[in-house]
Design a protein around this ligand. Structure first.
Ligand code: AHM
Ligand code: MG
Length: 365
């Protein structure tokens, strides 16, 4: 039986990635080694998150630990674990973490060709009430690890070789793309292994859900406001969409990926660049969305015109007095970040729904 085979032929994440890599004869297994260190970090954070409530109780009883130190905050602890796991893999040269102001340039003796950008524990304001939180990561590869420079991570998201997230929810789920589709793995706690449970994830072409912090509505720009209005009061006979917003990007994006719909963190008057960070939030999630057949848009490009077949970007050439096509089909993954902690507005999800948002921004010009 197929079901029996599923239970006895376990496709672990390690086996899956080794299989994928074997398609490239030049591959020396570096990526698999790097990934196994990321997976270790995820397992550690998963265990720590599950014990968080308990640790608090123990902390209350014992006040401080043996060394007389206060309990480390979970996001600080997660960052330390990931940084150490990534450096000790011997496969990284530059690390950018949401928790660290500066990029970490790995010491020469431990360097490898990968740059990893990550948010070790996103949504940490949700920890104390037990809501799902997650780790987000993106991976770039450079040619010469010896000459690693900060510019090597200031690259558009489309140059990433892999991206993923791990969600610490009712189960622990790791979603990964190495550039050929998206696959989801669930941690089997009894084995301590991530098992392939969601092969080849494809986002529905159109969804029934929108996900946004509507408390910011008074500060939204026109196209964002129009889009959300349309979700609630569609004027084309389609049914109204449901609103789901957890306030934890990994959980909101995970639901969007599986059920379809859109997730947006738009610009507003108070935060003209939105809230989410380009390198380790916007890029990895956009990469996964595109790989799953959805799309991702920043809404930020001002010079956008509709040509009837989708949306294209044109820039006015003042010497010619003509609009020249410069950004065919503007995508979030085309952004080139200038700073490691740069922010951008983001609209991502089902292909058709994002297409609607793009059209509203195009009509604005
Ligand atoms: P954080 O990095 O400080 O945890 O903030 C990021 C989180 C995302 O997980 C989530 O999508 C967003 O902030 C929610 O923001 P808001 O509370 O403004 O809706
Ligand atoms: Mg974050």
């Amino acid at each position: 039986h197929a079901a029996d085979a599923m239970h006895t032929d376990l496709m672990t994440i390690t086996r899956f990635v080794l299989n994928e890599q074997s398609k490239y004869p030049e591959s020396r297994g570096d990526f698999s080694i790097l990934l196994s260190h990321i997976v270790l970090g995820c397992k550690f954070v998963c265990a720590a998150v599950n014990k968080a409530g308990l640790a608090k109780l123990i902390g209350l009883a014992g006040e401080t630990n043996v060394q007389g130190e206060e309990q480390k905050k979970l996001d600080v602890l997660s960052n330390e674990v990931f940084v150490k796991a990534l450096v000790s893999s011997g496969r990284t040269c530059i690390l950018v973490s949401e928790e660290d102001e500066e990029a970490i340039i790995v010491e020469p003796s431990k360097r490898g060709k990968y740059c990893v950008v990550f948010d070790p524990l996103d949504g940490s304001s949700n920890i104390d009430c037990g809501v799902s939180i997650g780790t987000i990561f993106g991976i770039y590869m450079i040619k010469d690890a010896g000459a690693a420079r900060l510019e090597d991570v200031l690259q558009p998201g489309k140059n990433m070789v892999a991206a993923g997230y791990c969600m610490y929810g009712s189960s622990c789920t790791l979603v990964l793309s190495t550039g050929s589709g998206v696959n989801g793995f669930t941690l089997d706690p009894s084995l301590g292994e991530f098992i392939l449970t969601h092969p080849d994830i494809k986002i529905p072409k159109k969804g029934k859900i929108y996900s946004v912090n509507e408390g910011n509505a008074k500060n939204w720009d026109g196209p964002t406001a129009k889009f959300v209005e349309k979700c609630k009061f569609p004027n084309d006979g389609s049914p109204a969409k449901s609103l789901r917003y957890i306030g934890s990007m990994v959980a909101d994006v995970h639901r969007t990926l599986l059920y379809g719909g859109v997730f947006l963190y738009p610009a507003d008057k108070k935060s003209p660049n939105g809230k989410l960070r380009v390198l380790y939030e916007v890029f990895p999630m956009s990469f996964l969305m595109e790989q799953a057949g959805g799309q991702s848009f920043t809404g930020k490009e001002r010079l956008v015109l509709s040509t009837g077949s989708g949306v294209n970007g044109f820039t006015l050439d003042p010497s010619l007095g003509e609009f020249i096509l410069t950004h065919p089909d503007i995508k979030a993954l085309d952004l080139v970040p200038k700073k490691i902690h740069e922010r951008s507005p983001i609209f991502l999800g089902s292909y058709d729904d994002v297409e609607e948002i793009k059209a509203l921004y195009a009509a604005e010009e």
